[in-house]
Write a protein that binds this ligand. Structure first.
Ligand SMILES: [Zn+2]
Length: 137
């Protein structure tokens, strides 16, 4: 029992001031695992090397003492992954509704707009930038 207590305090002392796990760390760990397994299946050693590099990078971030830099990396990862999820969700919705709506982009701000099909050509005002243009449905 005293051994585990000593181990626990040693780990606690070792981790003091170090960054620890976060969402980006879990992502790099899983990505490393996927690449390693894939490398075994396909027989591409480059993927295994990439997977191992991701493990090392995960450990580096886990034990890093530069907390502010690690937090910034995690924030960047979180915003990028939520952007990707939103784009994927919008793509699925577009595929589902494409018979009913015509999708197009505003020529000025490139935001995605939609218009019910079969309504003919109309004057459109962009909801985001108020740019006006003609669009056929
Ligand atoms: Zn616009």
């Amino acid at each position: 029992m005293i051994f585990f207590y000593k181990l626990k305090t040693w780990i606690a002392r070792f981790m003091e001031g170090r960054y620890g796990p976060d969402q980006f760390g879990i992502f790099t760990l899983i990505a490393g695992l996927v690449l390693s397994v894939l490398s075994g299946f396909i027989g591409l050693p480059v993927l295994g090397l990439l997977g191992t590099s991701l493990y090392i990078y995960t450990l580096f971030r886990l034990f890093s003492r530069n907390r502010s830099k690690r937090i910034a990396e995690n924030q960047k990862y979180l915003s990028l992954s939520s952007d990707t999820k939103t784009k994927a969700r919008q793509f699925v919705l577009r595929q589902k509704n494409r018979k009913e709506y015509r999708y197009f982009r505003c020529p000025q701000c490139k935001v995605l707009l939609r218009m019910k099909r079969g309504t003919g050509e109309k004057e459109i005002t962009c909801a985001k930038c108020q740019h006006q243009f003609r669009q056929k449905a």
